[in-house]
Design a protein around this ligand. Structure first.
Ligand code: FAD
Length: 458
């Protein structure tokens, strides 16, 4: 937890990027250390391109950058304000990371109730993207664990928002991409746990129909996620490995683990030291990496620590550098269940023959949508895949975006760098309602970001 009390205000521009490192822009970064300092920084923005909050920069695209404008780095706003062990309710500042919550509350038998695939995210960032995890089909998205939040508005006023108080502001913040105000604090419900381990099963599947059938068959399992071979075509299209699991009880653990059932682990064991030259990335190397991945996933042990179960990528620090100087993007969509298998097949075929280098991917079934006005998830199939940036990628993504739109689906803004504004509007039918709420709470359009300008949200 940070204890510093003085502001560290930098007025020289700093080059910033999202996790995909595919667009690097100069921004004026302030790092306020207290909520009062956030207010003072916001009142004196350097540049004239507005302000946006930033957490740990794990959004892949341009959500937390603001070219020539102010970026409020809130990652040191990480104090706990209260905890009730009877209910697991934690009140904390919005820059608190899930990694910090796990480190401090894991040993006391509590875990974040909803978590994405990295723990290096802040509570504010999780709200702004209404993040989802492996359990979306059974537990919903991040809003399910948030009781209330306090928000610094453009006017300088700090207000509370919850399901009962300023409900419009509350729900517009889920998927609101930091464009309504700065979330200063939040009250969250943590999940009681008896171990930090998971029971898991890996199921190897030979084609897409079998994979979607397996997702259906194991729908009752609290956590499920699949990886598919992005190079498999024809009859083998969609082959891959489905992993399902649930929290382990102490009695599930072998004696060596049962001695310390709430064990934590340290930070990344390995860090990519510099940006890989592009030559490293070719079709053969990516294909081989995918084969290795399939082998490793297929041999998953029956008991997995939360680090391996939830956060396998956190084991390698700064892994985005491995994709080279031009960076990469993650493209994630959700499409409705109805007609989903046929649409999914068309999209996967277009990726397989698209001439790009598809890599890490995740396929899963999502549950019902939340009330978050611009929240991404709804009931259907979601698929996320990494592409290193190479010539022709934006054109392929535009074609894929159109296929998703035709299927009645949408793209996840937390990962996106390339979506066109008209396609975005067609995908998110509640955008007009959200813009009305934006006009109510930020009438001068103080909160702006590169993503906001690109998509017409700011
Ligand atoms: C390895 C990896 C795996 C991931 N897996 C998943 C996954 O499984 N599911 C999923 O949903 N996402 C996933 N993500 C994406 C990630 O969870 C989200 O992008 C998350 O929002 C990042 O949080 P952050 O603190 O880094 O926020 P940033 O990326 O810094 O900011 C994200 C957005 O939040 C806003 N914001 C941040 N703090 C505040 C605040 N205090 N007040 C107002 N707005 C704020 C920013 O303006 C921006 O719009 C993954 C990312 C990585 C790198």
């Amino acid at each position: 937890m940070s204890t510093a009390s003085t502001a560290l205000v930098q007025r020289a521009p700093t080059t910033l990027w999202g996790w995909g490192a595919n667009k690097r822009v100069d921004c004026f970064v302030d790092q306020p250390q207290t909520p009062a300092q956030v207010g003072r920084s916001l009142a004196q923005p350097p540049g004239n391109a507005g302000s946006v909050a930033r957490g740990l920069g794990r959004s892949y695209g341009d959500a937390a950058t603001n070219e020539r404008g102010q970026v409020l780095d809130l990652s040191t706003l990480d104090r706990y304000l209260g905890f009730d062990p009877a209910t697991g309710t934690l009140e904390c500042e919005a820059g608190t990371s899930l990694a910090q919550i796990i480190a401090d509350f894991g040993p006391r038998g509590f875990f974040p109730a909803i978590t994405p695939g990295t723990k290096y995210v802040t509570v504010g960032g999780c709200i702004a993207n209404d993040v989802h995890g492996k359990a979306h089909h059974t537990q919903g998205s991040f809003c399910e664990c948030v009781e209330s939040m306090t928000v610094l508005l453009a006017s300088g006023e700090v207000v509370r928002a919850s399901r009962d108080e300023r409900a419009d502001l509350f729900w517009a913040n889920f998927g609101g991409m930091g464009l309504l105000g700065v979330i200063l604090t939040a009250r969250l419900r943590l999940r009681p746990i008896t171990t930090t381990y998971f029971r898991q099963r890996a199921i190897k599947v030979n084609d897409l129909d079998a994979m979607l059938a397996a997702l259906e068959e194991y729908d009752h399992e609290p956590y499920s996620v699949a990886w598919i071979d992005p190079f498999a075509t024809g009859a083998r299209l969609g082959r891959g490995v489905l992993t399902v699991g649930d929290h382990a009880e102490p009695g599930d653990l072998p004696p060596a683990l049962a001695r310390d059932p709430l064990q934590l682990s340290g930070g990344p064991k390995l860090t990519v030291p510099f940006e890989a030259p592009e030559i490293v990335l070719n079709k053969l190397s990516i294909r081989m990496l995918n084969v290795v991945l399939e082998t490793v996933l297929g041999r998953g042990k029956p008991i997995a620590h939360y680090e391996k179960f939830f956060y396998p990528l956190d084991a390698i620090g700064e892994w985005w550098r491995g994709y080279g100087r031009r960076g990469f993007t993650q493209w994630q969509f959700v499409i409705p269940l109805e007609d989903g298998p046929a649409r999914m097949r068309q999209i996967l075929e277009a990726i397989a023959v698209g001439g790009q280098l598809p890599f890490l991917n995740v396929l899963k079934k999502m549950g019902p949508a939340s009330e978050g006005i611009l929240s991404f998830p709804f009931e259907g199939y979601t698929f996320a895949i990494d592409f290193p940036v190479r010539d022709g990628l934006p054109e392929l993504l535009a074609e894929l975006d159109r296929m998703v739109l035709d299927a009645g689906g949408r793209i996840y803004l937390g990962k996106d760098s390339y979506l066109a504004p008209d396609t975005f509007r067609a995908m998110y039918p509640q955008v007009e309602r959200w813009l009305e709420i934006k006009a109510k709470y930020d009438p001068e359009g103080v909160f702006r970001s590169d993503l906001g300008r690109r998509l017409g949200l700011s």
